[in-house]
Design a protein. Structure first.
Length: 91
């Protein structure tokens, strides 16, 4: 399942950034190399939530208190966000 989630994250990021240079190691937020600033991250997360619902039929809230209270932010990279989403899906 994680591969499918990772591919969906990459697909949405590529669509928003209009770039093909995005992979599982790409930084999403919080780095000089990050794809998104804070406003861009919100846009990305909203698009991703819709895509997760369309693809998996799961209604998941990504920008909530649970995500913000993690020891390590799930929004650092494609890989960390994929792991976090899979954790939510398995709960």
């Amino acid at each position: 399942m994680q591969i499918g989630v990772t591919n969906l994250i990459i697909k949405i990021a590529k669509k928003i950034k209009n770039s093909d240079n995005i992979d599982e190691n790409s930084y999403l937020f919080g780095s000089n190399e990050a794809l998104f600033d804070s406003i861009g991250l919100i846009e990305f997360l909203v698009e991703l939530e819709y895509a997760l619902y369309d693809e998996l039929g799961k209604n998941i809230s990504l920008a909530d208190e649970k995500a913000m209270s993690q020891t390590t932010s799930p929004f650092i990279s494609v890989k960390t966000l994929s792991r976090y989403i899979c954790k939510l899906l398995n709960e």
